[in-house]
Design a protein around this ligand. Structure first.
Ligand SMILES: *Cc1c(COP(=O)(O)O)cnc(C)c1O
Length: 467
């Protein structure tokens, strides 16, 4: 499989290079040159398979030509054996036509584990073949950091450095990063905001000699392999509910548009998905876009679902690429306008095309609390605030005869304050993290200063040569 950039001018790459590269050199995002296709018959042949076998079948075509293709079934098996539920992503029925797809049974209790646990292993395997090492550097406002540290710790060919704003994450989030004891995994508390952390990371990547010396790389949500790994659970859920002989819709809590883009990809591959409901909190740039076709940036405001407090959904560029018929020049023009003016719009024809599949939904904080409370009262299920936005979106979407699935993206114990406010009960951490508050914390503290970061990475990264 070959991958092309959404901006049309970066070199075409195979899977292994797309995995290690992340962002394309022209500023675009990599997408597969064509979608693998599953016919109704192919889909029926997948029914009843285990998560790992289904995952291998669905992702296999994307790895065609990869140096790790032969090892892939084993890597997938090992990845998902590490999840707390034998089904990996179990479905729970909430109502006559409404299901919850639980994506939080991985090591850090959020759906990002589903992709990042696989990514860490794929990075390590490709690098072992190439006899190389890499240095992962990233910034986090909360969930991504712990999932990335957990995915990369103790991998022979990786060092990882995650920056987070000191004192600005929740205690669970901080402890999940600082209690990951591993020689190659570094949680760094920066004196500053999340934006400061992100600016430091960008500045470090912009230092080309440094980037080359340490083989800097990223595992952020624009990495194609993360999207690929997320496609799988849409197949899992739809097949379990009777696809291809039953229509299924999904409601997806959204920040960077990564998770819902994976659903769109599954649809392009032949999975009969009826509709996709894009669920936002008060940071509703996407909901406004689906209403009027205008992408207009606003100020980010904090909410009860912080992982969705985003105003620029980077993965949306991948959808734009498809809408323009793969026109890199047009995507470049739209993204340039967006960066310059904080605004772009689609014409009526393109908006109609989008509306055939997507619709937007928004829910404010009081609505989120009310949804957690109502779902608990009606079903006994305890939702985290992100999942609650999704369930409310799914209820709004419900169509008779169509199975509607809402994605549960985090375990309620990751956001105990909101859940306690809604239900009167503080959710307990699952067994694997039950002693989180007793574990020793280990973190570095750095000023908001590029030179200090450079020195820290230099002192702790093992460089490019395979050990
Ligand atoms: C990351 C995250 C999201 C947003 O996912 P995107 O792929 O960025 O759309 C939603 N909920 C939770 C709990 C998350 O961690």
């Amino acid at each position: 499989m070959r991958y092309i950039s959404t901006r049309g001018t970066a070199p075409t790459l195979g899977f292994d290079d797309v995995l290690l590269t992340g962002l394309a050199r022209d500023g675009g995002l990599y997408v597969p040159e064509s979608w693998p296709c599953f016919s109704a018959e192919d889909l029926r042949a997948l029914q009843g398979k285990s998560y790992a076998d289904l995952a291998t079948a669905v992702m296999g075509p994307f790895l065609a030509g990869s140096i790790v293709l032969d090892d892939f079934p084993r890597i997938v098996r090992e990845t998902y054996a590490d999840f707390d539920h034998a089904a990996v992503t179990p479905l729970k029925q909430l109502d006559a036509d409404l299901w919850l797809l639980e994506l939080f049974h991985g090591p850090t209790l959020a759906f990002k584990d589903v992709a990042l646990q696989l990514l860490g292993r794929l990075f390590d395997a490709v690098l072992a073949h190439r006899q190389r090492r890499l240095t992962i550097v990233g910034a986090t406002s909360g969930d991504t950091g712990s999932a990335a540290l957990e995915a990369c710790r103790n991998r022979a060919n990786l060092d990882i450095f995650i920056l987070f704003p000191k004192g600005r994450t929740s205690e669970v989030q901080r402890r999940q990063m600082t209690t990951i004891a591993a020689e190659n995994a570094h949680a760094i508390a920066v004196e500053g905001t999340f934006d400061d952390c992100q600016d430091l990371v960008k500045a470090l990547f912009a230092d080309e000699p440094f980037r080359d010396e340490f083989g800097l790389s990223a595992v952020n949500s624009i990495n194609w392999a993360r999207i690929m790994a997320q496609i799988v659970y849409y197949f899992v859920a739809a097949l379990a509910l009777g696809a291809p002989d039953r229509r299924v819709s999904f409601a997806v809590p959204t920040g960077n548009f990564g998770n819902v883009y994976a659903a769109y990809a599954a649809r392009q591959m032949g999975l009969p998905i009826q509709r996709l409901q894009v669920a936002s909190n008060r940071n509703d740039i996407l909901a406004r876009f689906f209403e009027g076709g205008e992408m207009r940036i606003g100020a980010v405001e904090p909410s009860l679902s912080p992982s969705m407090d985003i105003q620029v959904s980077s993965n949306f560029e991948r959808l734009l690429f498809d809408l323009t018929g793969g026109n890199g020049a047009e995507v470049t023009a739209l993204m340039t306008a967006f960066r310059r003016d904080g605004l772009y719009s689609l014409n009526a024809q393109r908006l109609a095309q989008v509306a055939q599949v997507f619709s937007g939904f928004r829910l404010d904080d009081p609505g989120t609390i009310a949804e957690i409370r109502a779902t608990r009262a009606a079903t006994g299920e305890v939702l985290d605030p992100h999942s609650a936005v999704g369930v409310a979106a799914a209820r709004a979407l419900a169509q008779a005869g169509v199975a509607t699935v809402s994605l549960a993206c985090a375990h309620p114990a990751k956001f105990p304050d909101a859940v306690e406010e809604a239900t009167g009960h503080r959710p307990e951490l699952p067994e694997r993290l039950a002693d989180l508050y007793q574990r020793p914390e280990r973190m570095a503290e750095l000023p908001n200063d590029l030179e200090a970061l450079r020195r820290f990475v230099r002192d702790h990264a093992k460089g490019l040569t395979a050990v």
